[in-house]
Design a binder for this molecule. Structure first.
Ligand code: CA
Length: 579
């Protein structure tokens, strides 16, 4: 969704002070629990891998060696699958990877990068719209049953689906059900009919069924979301833009069309859909939107019981909670996201109330509010997407803070969504959409390199290429890889029920528990630029072991000694009970 600025981002909860300074860290000493707290830098050499990986996974700890990212070798089966609790990678296909040298990313390019995607620890892919469209972003669809020629063919799509399935990577499509393109045949036929209709005649559905597919009216006072049909006295609703006429989603024939589209793609083998603009089916009418979504969820589930659906309700926390009444498995949690969302606020710490403790309390509040409306909900976790300024911009390139923010959403309970390029710290420029969707930076030799969208501005992309970051144990890409793998290897991390144990150090550090029978873990956050020591002597967690950690530098290893846990600046430690 685009072309709308929503001002309703929220601030969640109130607590007390924190003002992080420079995140430069002292390394901490070697852990006596060495085996469970290894150093990521060991994983940089090609070829080593699988067996250690599997053994370590079974003992519930991080693998000694992370996979070589996209090496082209057989991808690792390192990532456990916790049902629909997946790590999704959001791809704007046109800017991702170009397989045929025309400078436009394509579906074969996505397929060629599946090793990269799998090795990173992503277990799902959300493709932004791929259907024929006259715009670069393709959110105005001309034909829901075809592939835009710039991206490839239906055969290419079938090959991508098949390979994703063989690797157990869920593939979800962007389903734009709120509106079509204004040159979709349904709309052009309706327009042609209305243009021929005598001025005083009423349209008849028997003559043109498509007049019921949209919201046509002769009322000229409906405001700026209504647009005049050229050469007639009729208007139509187009909430986002005149070239995106809104569908009349309550009309039985339109629902049949939407069902047919979902069935078509589910039959092709996709895992589900990301639902665009769910607040705009009936703009301003939440209850009616929920009723429509309830129909859509039931219809999709009737076709495929384990279908995965995630809705875009760009709104505040309370309204997102409300939308869970629709039965949607997931909604994007916009309350966490963007530079003004909870995660960025806590990491930037400009206001005293945004502490680590307030972040932990937000997790509990989220669970209480969302589960009250859908006990099976899975929070849609993200910080930036294609409509947002990129995350690196929120922290002015401060790598410690960028890693902390990534570590925070990637250790929350729910389904994670990472926008392509976030894992290498790509920057955007201003608020222009094209500048948020620029070419992925792969390597200096330019193989697979895409062009920026046509109307993107010239600006310096400061992110280091994937190929360079892969070789650096302190890089952002290696941090993301470790976080994504941890998330899949410790099921309680992605799917556990959360509660707050205790805050430390002026609420800049906090301990939470996560429970997923039979596992119960604690996650310890130090969201500050100083190292902290946490004494767990008087807690239920005095006899625990470290099973994973995320630090901003590979050489920083948390120490766990005499029931005291020492964490480096901006770090996260995960602990399990001793067997
Ligand atoms: Ca291409």
């Amino acid at each position: 969704m685009m072309k709308r600025v929503f001002s309703c981002l929220l601030i969640l909860f109130v607590v007390t002070a924190c003002q992080p300074a420079n995140p430069q860290a002292d390394s901490v000493s070697e852990d006596k629990n060495g085996k469970s707290t290894q150093n990521q830098s060991q994983g940089e050499t090609k070829g080593e891998t699988q067996t250690t990986e599997n053994e370590q996974t079974q003992s519930g700890t991080m693998p000694e060696v992370l996979p070589v990212i996209g090496s082209g070798e057989e991808p690792l089966k390192s990532v456990q699958n916790a049902g629909n609790y997946r790590n999704y990678y959001e791809i704007y296909v046109g800017s991702f990877y170009d397989s045929d040298g025309d400078g436009i990313g394509d579906l074969n390019g996505v397929r060629q990068k599946l090793n990269y995607i799998a090795d990173m620890g992503f277990t799902g892919i959300w493709l932004m719209p791929i259907h024929p469209s006259d715009t670069y972003h393709k959110y105005d669809v001309k034909d829901y049953y075809a592939i835009d020629p710039a991206y490839g063919s239906m055969q290419d799509m079938e090959a991508l689906i098949a390979e994703c399935r063989s690797r157990d990577i869920a593939l979800i499509l962007d389903f734009v059900a709120n509106h079509t393109a204004d040159n979709h045949p349904w709309f052009t036929e309706a327009i042609r009919y209305l243009q021929k209709l005598p001025a005083d005649a009423e349209p008849k559905a028997e003559e043109c069924p498509y007049i019921d597919y949209y919201h046509f009216t002769k009322d000229s006072t409906k405001g700026k979301s209504y647009h005049l049909v050229d050469g007639s006295n009729w208007y139509y609703e187009g909430v986002f833009w005149g070239e995106m006429p809104d569908l009349n989603v309550d009309h039985p024939a339109v629902r049949q069309e939407l069902k047919k589209i979902m069935d078509f793609w589910l039959d092709k083998g996709v895992s589900g859909f990301r639902l665009d603009a769910v607040k705009e089916f009936h703009s301003g009418k939440t209850a009616k939107n929920i009723e429509f979504l309830d129909w859509l969820v039931k219809t999709a589930k009737a076709k495929k019981e384990d279908v995965y659906l995630v809705g875009e309700a760009w709104s505040d926390f309370a309204e997102i909670a409300e939308y869970y009444k629709s039965g949607l498995p997931s909604l994007f949690n916009f309350a966490l996201a963007t530079g003004e969302g909870k995660i960025a606020q806590v990491v930037n710490g400009k206001q005293a109330k945004h502490t680590a403790k307030s972040f932990a309390e937000a997790m509990v509040k989220i669970d209480e509010s969302f589960s009250a409306n859908n006990p099976d909900y899975m929070d849609g976790l993200f910080v930036a997407n294609h409509d947002n300024v990129r995350m690196a911009n929120y922290f002015k390139g401060d790598l410690g803070k960028i890693k902390m923010a990534a570590g925070m959403y990637l250790t929350m309970t729910g389904v994670s969504f990472t926008y392509y390029g976030e894992e290498i710290g790509m920057v955007s420029s201003g608020t222009k959409d094209e500048n948020k969707r620029t070419a992925m930076v792969w390597q200096k030799d330019g193989k697979g390199q895409t062009r920026n969208p046509e109307n993107a501005d010239e600006f310096e992309q400061t992110a280091r290429p994937v190929a360079e970051q892969e070789q650096d144990p302190d890089s952002l890409i290696r941090y993301y890889q470790k976080a994504l793998h941890l998330r899949q290897q410790i099921p309680a991390l992605a799917a556990g029920k959360v509660s707050v144990v205790r805050a430390y150090h002026g609420d800049k550090a906090v301990v939470i528990t996560k429970q997923l029978d039979p596992q119960e873990i604690i996650v310890v956050y130090n969201i500050s630029a100083e190292p902290v020591e946490i004494d767990l002597t008087a807690t239920d967690w005095a006899d625990s072991k470290v099973i994973g950690y995320l630090t901003t530098k590979a050489a920083e290893v948390p120490t766990w000694q005499d029931r005291k846990l020492r964490l480096s600046p901006y770090s996260i430690v995960i602990m399990d009970r001793k067997e």
